[in-house]
Design a protein around this ligand. Structure first.
Ligand code: PMP
Ligand code: GLN
Length: 403
């Protein structure tokens, strides 16, 4: 087929709304890592396999011909299993028919929820740094982000700063805990401040709790939905991809009152309609069997070891790390390396040293406000962390040679 039609090469057909989206920092850093055969500690995904019992369940589901569209809001077995997990962990009695919706990853649930609850001229309150999909999802709704900045190294915020972000235009609080990229786990007292503001301004809370099972040093994960008065106005979003180390399956879900689920479902049905049927069935089995297999305890222990291993490696090479209570990222101080910003440091580390990291400035509305840090993912095999250590060791030698 001839490709030289009368299309004007100079014309940009991309809609004005989408034009500024660019390429996600994760895609960009993974591409750079591949290009330079760097050890990829950038994009957040495990490089070890998910559990065999879950993989076997997916194969069995395909063989059992569970291969046609699922019910739009999620397979009944998976919704029942999610309700069971909430009962066991939070003592909550969730109606799987009306209070749970399955989506294609947490990303889709976040997108759908924003479209469902925010429109043009509405404001969404988020904590900065914030996960990269939040801003484009808000832009697609025509809504604006109002940020409360978490200040390094404690990632604290004041009640006054939180109150100042809310106002008559606020429709949504979008909260991520455990938090990517900082590893902060919001404390009950902090959540109480936010719950009071949501109630004062009659705001819907969308909470992104995809790392709820990855916690360190006794940190307690408290869902905002469990605070007094918050269930009726909170949609809690999760992802089985993190909990069961199958990020490529893209099975996420939202839990909340029936009216908020109905609004979410009205968007979901026209975005993806339904998520992959055999993977939903496998994740149902995963949730059913995880407690009996001691899976969550093992997951916590394994991540604790991975965090310690990478922390030791980074510290050893002069990259001071910040404390982390949850999720699978370490933030390291790069101020001593002489780079003007985190992007140039991460590019240099990837292309010259052979270890990829993510620049946290991608999580800021105004990247120049980001402190000089780099984000390293420790959802990696011990041999990957050892390989990164070897590469970083050469960096230290280079430094010594230079001085
Ligand atoms: N929220 C946060 C904070 C994340 O880190 C991620 C992915 N790493 C997601 C949402 C997206 O989850 P999913 O892959 O299930 O779409
Ligand atoms: N959430 C992962 C991260 O923070 C990446 C997911 C993605 O590439 N969209 O690295």
């Amino acid at each position: 087929m001839a490709k030289d039609g009368d299309r004007h090469a100079s014309r940009d057909y991309t809609s004005a709304r989408v034009r500024g989206f660019g390429i996600s920092v994760f895609t960009e850093m993974s591409r750079l890592a591949n290009e330079h055969q760097a050890v990829n500690l950038g994009q957040g995904f495990p490089d070890f396999p998910g559990p065999d019992f879950v993989k076997d369940a997916a194969k069995a589901a395909i063989d059992a011909d569970l291969n046609q569209y699922a019910v739009s809001h999620g397979s009944p077995r998976l919704r029942a299993a999610i309700a069971g997990a909430w009962r066991e962990r939070y003592g909550a009695d969730i109606d799987p028919d009306r209070e749970i919706t399955v989506t294609s990853g947490a990303t889709e649930a976040i997108y759908d929820a924003i479209q469902a609850f925010a429109g043009p001229d509405d404001e969404i309150v988020v904590f900065e740094p914030f996960y990269d999909s939040y801003l484009p999802s808000a832009i697609m709704a025509g809504a604006t982000l109002r940020v409360i900045t978490l200040e390094a190294p404690e990632w604290a915020f004041s009640a006054e700063a939180a109150a100042a972000a809310f106002g008559p235009r606020t429709r949504v609080l979008l909260l991520n805990t455990p938090h990517n990229p900082t590893g902060k786990v919001f404390r009950r007292e902090e959540l109480e401040v936010l719950a009071a503001l949501c109630q004062q301004w009659d705001v819907v809370a969308i909470t992104d709790e995809v790392y709820e099972r990855i916690l360190f040093d006794g940190a307690e994960h408290v869902p905002l939905a469990t605070l007094p008065g918050m269930w009726p106005r909170t949609l809690t979003i999760n992802s089985t991809g993190k909990t069961f180390s199958m990020t490529g399956w893209k099975i996420g879900y939202a839990v909340g009152p029936a009216d908020l689920n109905a609004a979410l479902r009205s968007v979901h049905q026209f975005v993806t309609f339904a998520s992959a049927t055999p993977f939903q069935d496998a994740m149902a089995l995963a949730l059913e069997e995880a407690p009996g297999r001691g899976y969550y305890e093992q997951l916590g222990r394994d991540y604790g070891e991975r965090r310690n291993a990478l922390r030791d490696v980074l510290e050893d090479f002069g990259l001071r790390t910040l404390p982390v209570e949850g999720a699978y990222f370490l933030m390291a101080d790069i101020a001593g390396f002489g780079f003007p910003d985190d992007v140039s440091f991460c590019r240099w580390l990837t292309t010259e040293v052979g270890v990829a990291a993510v620049p946290p400035s991608a999580f800021y509305l105004d990247p120049t406000r980001a402190p000089l840090l780099a984000r390293f993912c420790f959802a990696k095999r011990p041999e990957t962390i050892r390989l990164a250590a070897d590469r970083l060791r050469s960096l230290r030698r280079d430094d010594a040679n230079r001085s």
